[in-house]
Design a binder for this molecule. Structure first.
Ligand code: T68
Length: 829
C-alpha cells in the first residue's frame, strides 16, 4: 500500500495554517477540558493527575502545531540548507515548561487550571523527563537544537528513541543501585510516531562483485538481516518566534513481527525471537560516558540511527530527481562526537552502490557533507571498532573504510614523502586495534572542532597533531554554551523577573545584554534584591529535597555544589578530601567547630554501572555524609547532601540556589564543561582549575571573582613527565596524611579499616588525576572562599558580576559560531 503523502495539497483549505487557538483564560479552559474529554476520555471530576497532565500537554502542543506545520511548509517550499544534527544522545529535560514558555502561555495556563481547581505545579511534577543521554554531551545537543529553533535556522535533530533512558539512581546503604528508567510507562504526549515513514536498515551478510550494464565492476551488499526504523517526531519550539523545528528519534522494530509457521508449530518463544532481537537495538541507552563499551549492540545502535537518518533525508526531504552531487548545498551533518561517524561510509555506499557514483565524485560529496565535534581528551574515550566486529556487522562499510584509508594515506605520503612512520601513525585502521573513528571523522569532516579554547588547542597539539599539521585550516574551536531559556528564564523565574525589570527582556535571546547589569553590582538595592532571590532559591531547593529525598538543608549556609557525572578526572574525591580534612581538623582539635564557616555541600552524580572506582567513590561520599551529618560536633556548620538521581529536572532547581560552583577537574582533562556556565549565569562563584571553559569564564568575570587553584595544563604535563608520585605528597603533607588516614581509620565505615581501600590506596599510589598534588592549593582556595563569603555585600557583588559577564556562554552564540566557522550558512528569515 502506498503510505506516502496523498490528497489534494493545492486545495486552499489544505494549505491554510491551522488556526492557533485564542490566547485567553476562558478559551484555554475550554480547550483543556476538550482535550481531557476527547483524548483522555474522562470528565474533570473523574480525572487523575496524569489525565490532567496529558490534557494540559496536548492543549499546549496544539498551540505549537500551526507553527510546526508552517515551519515544515516553508522548508518544503524554500528548500533551505538544513543542519542535520546527528547525536546518539539528547538529554532534553521536561518539555511542558519549555512549551508554555515558547507559546507565552504560562500565566494563562496557570489561571485557567486554577479555575478548574488544579495546581499547575502538580501537573508539571507529573512529567517524567526523557533522559536520553548521559551528561554534558547529550545536554549540549538539547541546548543546540533549542538555539537553532530560536534563531530560525532549519535543523533536524536525529537520534535514538531509547525505550529506557539513563538509569534511575537509588542508594542502598550508600551504594548506587540502578533502576530502569521507565519514562514511557504513562505515555508521552510530546511524540508523534510515523510508522508509515519507517525505514529498513540492513545488517550482516557479505558483499559480491558483479559487472553492471555499463561494463563497470560494481559491489552488491547481500545483508543477512534487517530491522525497521520507526520515526518519532518531537517539536523543537523556538522562543516566541513562530518556528518549530523537528527532532526525529528512531525506534527499532522487527520487519516481521513473528514467524507464523514457527508459531503454529508451537514454539512461541522462537516465533517472537526476531522481534525481541530487533527491538533490543533501541531498547536502552548505554550508561557509559567517556569510556566506550566496544559492544556489538552499541555499533548496531550507531549504524541504525545514522542509516535511518540519511535514508530519511535523501528520500523524504529532497525533491524527486534531486541531483545528489548537490547534497552539500542542502545539508551539513554535524557529528556529535564519533558515535555517528559510521554515517561517512554509509553515504559513500549510498552514492556508489545505489546511485552509481564514481569514487572521486562520491568522496567529493561526502567530504563536504560532514563536520565533526570532539568532546574529549582522554585517550581511552576515543572509539575504536575492531575490524572483525565491524566486518561482521557491516561488511560493505568496512571495505569502504579500507578504501577511504588507502586514498587518505596516499595523500599523506604525497604531503610527507618518505615519512612512512607518519603514515603509519595516521592510518584510520590501526593493526591490532581496529578502526579509529576519530581519525575517520577527521579525514571526512570539512571541519573538526573542540568545545572550548583550551580543548581545541590540545586537540590540535596532542590528540590529532599529525592531522593538524596536514590540514591546519580544518581545525577550529567553538566554545560550548547553554540555553538561557531553560537554564535562566525557566529555572530562575525570580531572577528573570529582576533582570526584566532592570534591563528589559531582550536578554533571553541576546544574552550578552546581561552586561547592562554590571553597574547594578554597585547598587545596594539591587544587591539586596539579588540576595533575596538567592535565599528564595535556597528555600525552593530545600523544600524539594525534603519532599524528594527526606534531606533537610539548614538555613543560612553557603551552598557549595558539585554536580556532574562521577569520573576520576573530575575529582569528586578532591572535594571529598576537603570535607574530610575539615572534619579531621575539628575532631583532632586543630580548629574549633565555630571556626568552620556554615556550609552545605551538595553532590549530584551518577557512576557508569561498570565503573568500579566511581561507584566506590559514591559509596564513600555517602558514608562520609552520613557520619558527619550525624555527628553533633559539626552540627549547624557542615552538612553534606547527596540526593540520588541527579538529572536535568533537579539541576533546574539546584543550580539557581548555589553560591559556589565546583569545577575542579585536573587541568587538561575536562573538554569544556557546561554546568560551569549554568552556575555562573545564575550568580554562583566558581572554584576551579584552569581547565576547559573555566579558563574562558575566569577571563570574562575577572580573577577577583573566581577562585582559581591547582596546576595548569603545562604544569600537569611536566609533573607527569617527571614521574608523579602521589605517596610523596601523602608523606610530606601532615594534613593530607591525617585526612586519608581518617578514611582508613574506619570512622566512616563502622570500624572497617579496609572498606574504602580501593579509593584510598588508589589515591596514595596511582592517583592518575593528581588530586594529591592539587590538594594544598585547593584547600587554600577554599579558605579564600570562606573569607570572601564572610563579607556578604562583596560576595553578592561578585555574584552579580559573574551573571553580568557570562552572557557569552549562551548556546545562541555557540550556534552563531558554528554557522560562521563550520556550516557557512545564515539563518532563514
Ligand atoms: C562531555 N562529554 C565533556 N560525554 O566531558 C564535557 N561519552 O567536558 C563537555 O562540556 C560536554 O561533553 C559537552 O561538550 C560527555 O558528556 C558523554 O556523555 C559520552 C557519552 C557516550 C560515550 C562517550
Amino acid at each position: 500500500r502506498d503510505l506516502g503523502p496523498s490528497g489534494n495539497p493545492t486545495h486552499p483549505l489544505a494549505t491554510a495554517p491551522v488556526g492557533a487557538p485564542p490566547h485567553s483564560v476562558d478559551g484555554f479552559v475550554k480547550e483543556f477540558l476538550h482535550e481531557l474529554n476527547t483524548n483522555q476520555g474522562v470528565p474533570l471530576s473523574m480525572s487523575s493527575v496524569n489525565d490532567q497532565y496529558m490534557a494540559l500537554a496536548s492543549t499546549v502542543r496544539n498551540y505549537l502545531m500551526a507553527r510546526w506545520l508552517e515551519t515544515n511548509r516553508k522548508v518544503h517550499e524554500n528548500k533551505p540548507k538544513t543542519i542535520g544534527y546527528l547525536s546518539a544522545e539528547y538529554l532534553l529535560g521536561r518539555q511542558l515548561g519549555n512549551a508554555l514558555l515558547a507559546t507565552d502561555l504560562s500565566d494563562i495556563a496557570e489561571k485557567g487550571l486554577a479555575l478548574c481547581g488544579i495546581d499547575i505545579a502538580t501537573l508539571r511534577a507529573q512529567e517524567v523527563e526523557p533522559g536520553l543521554g548521559n551528561g554534558g554531551l547529550g545536554r549540549l545537543a538539547a541546548c543546540f537544537i533549542d538555539s537553532l529553533a530560536t534563531m530560525d535556522v532549519p535543523c533536524v535533530g536525529y537520534g535514538i528513541r531509547y525505550e529506557y533512558g539513563i538509569f534511575r539512581q537509588t542508594f542502598v546503604d550508600g551504594r548506587q543501585v540502578e533502576q530502569p528508567d521507565t519514562w514511557l510507562s504513562l505515555g508521552s504526549p510530546w511524540e508523534f510516531p510515523h510508522p508509515e515513514a519507517s525505514v529498513q536498515v540492513d545488517f550482516g551478510g557479505h558483499t559480491e562483485r558483479y559487472i553492471g550494464e555499463d561494463g563497470r565492476e560494481r559491489v552488491r551488499w547481500v545483508p543477512a538481516w534487517n530491522v525497521l526504523g520507526v520515526p518519532y517526531n518531537y517539536m523543537v519550539p523556538g522562543y516566541l518566534n513562530g518556528r518549530v523545528n523537528t527532532l526525529r528519534l528512531w525506534s527499532a522494530q522487527a520487519t516481521k513481527a513473528f514467524d507464523l509457521q514457527i508459531f503454529n508449530s508451537g514454539d512461541y518463544a522462537q516465533a517472537v525471537r526476531a522481534q525481541t532481537f530487533a527491538e533490543n537495538i533501541s531498547k536502552v541507552l548505554y550508561p557509559e560516558d567517556s569510556t566506550p563499551q566496544g559492544k556489538e549492540l552499541r555499533l548496531q545502535q550507531q549504524y541504525f540511527f545514522v542509516a535511518c537518518s540519511l535514508r530519511d533525508f535523501i528520500d523524504h526531504s529532497l525533491e524527486d530527481g534531486f541531483d545528489l552531487h548537490n547534497l552539500p548545498e542542502r545539508i551539513t551533518f554535524q557529528l556529535n562526537d564519533t558515535h555517528p561517524v559510521i554515517a561517512v561510509p554509509e553515504l559513500m555506499r549510498i552514492l556508489i552502490d545505489e546511485y552509481d557514483f564514481e569514487w572521486d565524485e562520491a568522496w567529493d560529496v561526502t567530504s563536504r557533507c560532514f563536520a565533526y565535534t570532539c568532546h574529549t581528551l582522554l585517550p581511552e574515550a576515543l572509539e575504536v571498532w575492531p575490524t572483525d566486529l565491524l566486518g561482521r556487522l557491516l561488511p560493505r562499510h568496512l571495505e569502504l573504510i579500507y578504501q577511504i584509508n588507502d586514498h587518505f594515506l596516499a595523500e599523506v605520503r604525497e604531503a610527507f614523502p618518505g615519512d612512512d612512520l607518519r603514515a603509519h601513525h595516521m592510518s584510520i585502521i590501526s593493526h591490532g586495534q581496529g578502526v579509529r573513528m576519530a581519525f575517520l571523522a577527521t579525514v571526512a569532516g570539512t571541519k573538526v572542532n573542540g568545545v572550548a579554547e583550551l580543548h581545541s588547542q590540545l586537540l590540535r597539539d596532542k590528540v590529532l597533531p599529525d592531522f593538524s599539521a596536514l590540514w591546519p585550516e580544518k581545525f577550529t574551536n567553538v566554545t560550548n554554551g547553554v540555553t538561557p531559556r531553560r537554564f535562566v528564564r525557566l529555572s530562575n523565574p525570580k531572577l528573570s523577573e529582576l533582570i526584566n525589570d532592570t534591563i528589559g527582556n531582550g536578554w533571553v535571546t541576546d544574552l550578552e545584554r546581561l552586561k547592562e547589569l554590571e553597574p547594578y553590582a554597585d547598587d545596594p538595592e539591587f544587591r539586596a534584591q539579588f540576595a533575596e532571590i538567592k535565599a528564595w532559591n535556597k528555600h525552593r531547593i530545600a523544600d524539594l529535597l525534603r519532599a524528594r529525598d527526606g534531606i533537610d538543608l539548614p538555613d543560612g549556609h553557603l551552598v557549595d555544589v558539585m554536580v556532574k557525572r562521577l569520573h576520576e578526572y573530575k575529582r569528586q574525591s578532591l572535594k571529598l578530601l576537603h570535607i574530610v580534612s575539615l572534619y579531621e581538623q575539628v575532631l583532632s582539635g586543630k580548629i574549633a567547630a565555630s571556626e568552620v564557616m556554615p556550609r552545605t555541600v551538595v553532590f549530584g552524580s551518577k557512576a557508569a554501572p561498570g565503573y568500579a572506582m566511581a561507584k566506590e567513590t559514591i559509596h564513600l561520599i555517602n558514608k562520609v555524609a552520613a557520619t558527619i551529618n550525624a555527628d553533633p560536633i559539626l552540627e549547624g556548620r557542615l552538612k553534606i547532601a547527596f540526593p540520588a538521581n541527579y538529572n536535568v529536572t533537579l539541576a533546574e532547581k539546584l543550580i539557581p540556589a548555589a553560591d559556589l560552583s565546583e569545577q575542579i577537574s585536573l587541568a587538561g582533562m575536562e573538554a569544556s564543561g557546561t554546568g560551569n556556565m549554568k552556575f555562573a549565569l545564575n550568580g554562583a562563584l566558581t572554584i576551579g582549575t584552569d581547565d576547559g571553559a573555566n579558563v574562558e569564564i575566569r577571563k570574562l568575570v575577572g580573577d577577583k571573582h573566581f577562585f582559581l587553584f591547582g596546576m595548569s595544563e603545562p604544569e600537569v604535563a611536566e609533573l607527569g613527565a617527571q614521574g608523579y608520585n602521589p605517596h610523596s605528597y601523602y608523606d610530606a603533607n601532615p594534613q593530607l596524611k591525617a585526612t586519608l588516614d581518617l578514611i582508613s581509620s574506619g570512622v566512616f565505615s563502622n570500624g572497617d579499616r579496609h572498606l574504602f581501600d580501593m579509593v584510598v590506596e588508589n589515591l596514595k599510589n596511582q592517583d592518575r588525576f593528581m588530586a594529591l598534588a592539587d590538594f594544598d592549593s585547593y584547600v587554600a582556595a577554599q579558605a579564600k572562599v570562606e573569607e570572601r563569603y564572610a563579607d556578604q555585600d562583596s560576595w553578592m557583588r561578585s555574584a552579580i558580576l559573574n551573571m553580568a559577564r557570562t552572557g557569552y556562554f549562551s548556546s545562541d552564540r555557540s550556534m552563531r559560531d558554528y554557522l560562521q566557522r563550520i556550516w557557512h550558512t545564515t539563518p532563514m528569515l
